[in-house]
Design a protein around this ligand. Structure first.
Ligand SMILES: Cc1cc2nc3c(=O)[nH]c(=O)nc-3n(C[C@H](O)[C@H](O)[C@H](O)COP(=O)(O)OP(=O)(O)OC[C@H]3O[C@@H](n4cnc5c(N)ncnc54)[C@H](O)[C@@H]3O)c2cc1C
Ligand code: FES
Length: 425
């Protein structure tokens, strides 16, 4: 063989290798594109997530009070069949207001009461997709009864799963909430545990649609991969967008068990993992998840030196995480000091008068210990159910609640008495 022949053989082999690499690369991208398209079509949304993910149609102002919405799709989201998404469109067909990714909707439901008849309950659910002008999506986890207890299972979540179907009508208040991502290009780390993934999904979808250059890290904690929602959608996004870093952290997966994809990791979302993986940058951290996750991660981030103003968190129930420093996020009102001695509280209509002690907790818990029935929903200052009129005196809030009480009213679930107090109740 002449050296010319040898050279031709080498060039031919290189070209063949290049062609094989390009074919494999194209095939993998095509599969990713198809996975993404299928996820979006399954969810009943326009199959154009990358090109035009956020509907740019007309945007309306927020509405006051309740508005009727129709369920347009109901989609079971995970293999363990306990998270279900509901796609909602306004019954009046008018455009919807935009919302900030991370915000929630409030629902008023008429459900069968245990005593017979119907009762009205109010619950909040985070928006779990980016804003569009013609519909919203929420995703709800079924709340089972606590193990070995005689208590009934969660009323609203089970009502949604079992009794809300296509074309069901729901009464909904406009998007609200202080927990939302900003519209800047600042790098963000999103930490979602369990159903706390819902506001993070909205943030991820919005960022990828509107800020594709923004650096986004998502750590999604669950016990095992059967519990994960939207994992194919998230993996497809991570395959396509190099700025989006995805980690599924599975706490109940045995060491040595084969993991389902390169995005899955054994173990919890914890500070060691974050310190190991995150480059040193001024990230904003957004956290939503179960109490133990927030109670461990928020102080750990503070200890790591992350300033308070860059740590944002939301609990889906009674607020229980205290910041080490009392500093509030910029723009928030300074908290009024709570009484540090006993204060007399009068419940006018109930005809009760008792001394509230600093250890008695918020006014809702205090009233309940006295056997006074108070309407409540979120117990986190979000839904407005526990709003009560103040006849006399003042209350204080540790931090500004999401729901704005009417003048002369208080949200009993998140306030304490500041002076001797008379409530209408
Ligand atoms: C801002 C915000 C956003 C939220 N976003 C979401 C979201 O995106 N997705 C989501 O799934 N949830 C979300 N939630 C939580 C949601 O609002 C509800 O709290 C949740 O669905 C449970 O409500 P439920 O009516 O089903 O349960 P409830 O009836 O309120 O009961 C809650 C639990 O208590 C148990 N229980 C019942 N009676 C007793 C008793 N006497 N003693 C002890 N335990 C009892 C029940 O079995 C159940 O496990 C959010 C909450 C807030 C505040
Ligand atoms: S119970 Fe929802 S604001 Fe108090």
């Amino acid at each position: 063989m002449t050296s010319l022949h040898l050279l031709l053989w080498i060039v031919g082999a290189i070209l063949l290798q290049l062609a094989i690499y390009m074919t494999i690369g194209f095939w993998r991208h095509w599969q990713t594109y198809e996975a993404l398209r299928t996820t979006v079509i399954d969810a009943g949304l326009p199959g154009k997530l990358n090109d035009d993910p956020v509907d740019s149609g007309p945007v309306a102002a927020a509405w006051a009070g309740w508005r009727a919405f129709k369920v347009t799709h109901k989609v079971m989201e995970n293999a363990s069949q306990d998270i279900c998404s509901f796609h909602l469109a306004p019954q009046d067909g008018q455009p919807l207001p935009a919302f900030m990714p991370g915000q929630y909707l409030t629902f008023r439901l008429a459900i069968a009461s245990l005593q017979g008849g119907t009762e009205s309950i109010t619950r909040c659910y985070s928006l779990s997709d980016g804003p569009r002008s013609n519909g919203y999506r929420i995703s709800i986890k079924r709340a089972p009864a606590p193990p070995n207890s005689a208590h009934p299972p969660g009323r609203s979540s089970n009502f949604f799963h079992d009794l809300v179907h296509l074309d069901s009508l729901l009464q909904v208040r406009a998007p609200a909430g202080h927990f939302h991502i900003d519209h800047s290009d600042a790098p963000v780390v999103l930490l979602g545990g369990g159903i706390g993934i819902t506001p993070m999904l909205s943030m991820v979808n919005w960022c990828i649609a509107e800020r594709p250059e923004r650096e986004v890290w998502l750590f999604y904690g669950a016990r095992h991969d059967q519990e994960l929602m939207a994992h194919a959608h998230l993996e497809a996004l991570a395959d396509l967008h190099s700025n989006f870093h995805l980690y599924f952290c599975l706490s109940d997966t045995d060491k040595g068990t084969a993991l389902g994809s390169k995005y899955q990791h054994q173990g919890r979302v914890d500070i060691d993992l974050l310190r190991r993986l995150l480059p040193l940058k001024p990230y904003h951290f957004y956290l939503c998840g179960p109490t133990p996750m927030l109670a461990s991660l928020v102080p750990a981030l503070e200890d790591w030196g992350v300033p308070d103003a860059r740590i944002h968190f939301e609990a889906f129930g009674p607020a229980c995480v205290k910041r080490k420093s009392a500093a509030l996020a910029p723009g928030a009102a300074a908290p009024a000091p709570s009484a540090d001695t006993a204060v007399m509280v009068t419940f006018a209509k109930s005809g009760r008068q008792e001394a509230w002690q600093p250890g008695s907790g918020n006014l809702l818990a205090f009233a309940e210990t006295l056997g006074i029935a108070v309407d409540s929903g979120c117990r986190a200052g979000s839904c407005g159910s526990c709003q009560t009129s103040i006849r006399h005196g003042e209350v204080s809030y540790a931090q500004a609640p999401d729901f704005d009480p009417d003048p002369g009213n208080c949200l009993m679930c998140v306030c304490t008495p500041k002076t001797p107090l008379t409530l209408e109740l």
